[in-house]
Write a protein that binds this ligand. Structure first.
Ligand SMILES: Nc1ncnc2c1ncn2[C@@H]1O[C@H](COP(=O)(O)OP(=O)(O)OP(=O)(O)O)[C@@H](O)[C@H]1O
Length: 204
């Protein structure tokens, strides 16, 4: 695996005319997992999207404040709340669309699909798949990316108990191989050494 790690500082987020958070920072070394927690609507997904580079890092509240930043060591893979798989395509084709963009390792993805129990669904249109099957497919896509850093936004949503255990196992394997992982979730994780970051109500 490539080298991993992340350092983020002074992250601020404004949605519409409302500040969600300001001055948030975090740092992860290879092998570390961070659990991002906080109430509904507090800004966990927004923070994940900033970390993934999909939302800008806003400048701080004060006049002329410098924006914060995010520095990754190695590539980043995001398991978003939405699976981003074309509903009109058979699953295999929908995953292949991303393979070219992600630089997917086909063997890694195929092995993950097998473990996740979706290898037999590649000819089924994505629109016929259940929520959990789509989540499993998104997880197989992530593993195929072989990114050293993972961002998992509510990875357990829609998964049955067995699949939740499997995803936990996959996270363990990833970090034990030297990766990092940030998980935004209301669920509990049984992962040793979990670092906890709680986003709190932000008041001006
Ligand atoms: N595109 C957008 N434009 C304006 N406001 C938005 C947008 N996306 C999200 N928000 C608002 O930002 C706030 C934070 O949303 P976010 O999804 O980051 O919260 P969360 O902590 O992940 O919530 P949950 O636990 O319910 O998933 C919410 O009030 C939401 O309505």
């Amino acid at each position: 695996m490539q080298a991993s790690g992340v350092k983020a500082w002074d992250l601020c987020c404004r949605r519409g005319d409302r500040w969600l958070f300001a001055g948030v920072g975090l740092e992860l070394a290879p092998g570390e997992v961070l659990h991002l927690v906080g109430a509904n609507g507090i800004g966990k997904s927004s923070l994940m999207r900033i970390l993934a580079g999909l939302l800008p890092v806003s400048a701080g509240l004060e006049e002329g404040a410098k924006p914060g930043g995010v520095a990754w060591t190695g590539g980043v893979g995001l398991l978003d709340e939405r699976p981003a798989l074309d509903p009109a395509q058979p699953l295999g084709r929908a995953l292949d669309f991303w393979a070219a963009i992600d630089g997917t390792d086909p063997d890694l993805r195929a092995h993950a699909a097998q473990r996740l129990g979706i290898a037999g669904l590649m000819d089924v249109p994505v629109r016929y798949l259940s929520t959990g099957q789509k989540k499993r497919a998104a997880m197989a896509r992530l593993i195929g990316q072989a990114a050293p850093n993972w961002l998992l936004d509510e990875p357990f949503n829609g998964l049955d108990q067995q699949a939740c255990g499997l995803v936990e196992e996959m996270v363990m394997e990833h970090v034990m191989a030297g990766g990092t992982c940030i998980i935004a979730s209301h669920q509990h994780f049984h992962l040793p050494g979990l670092i906890r970051l709680e986003l709190e109500e932000f008041a001006l």
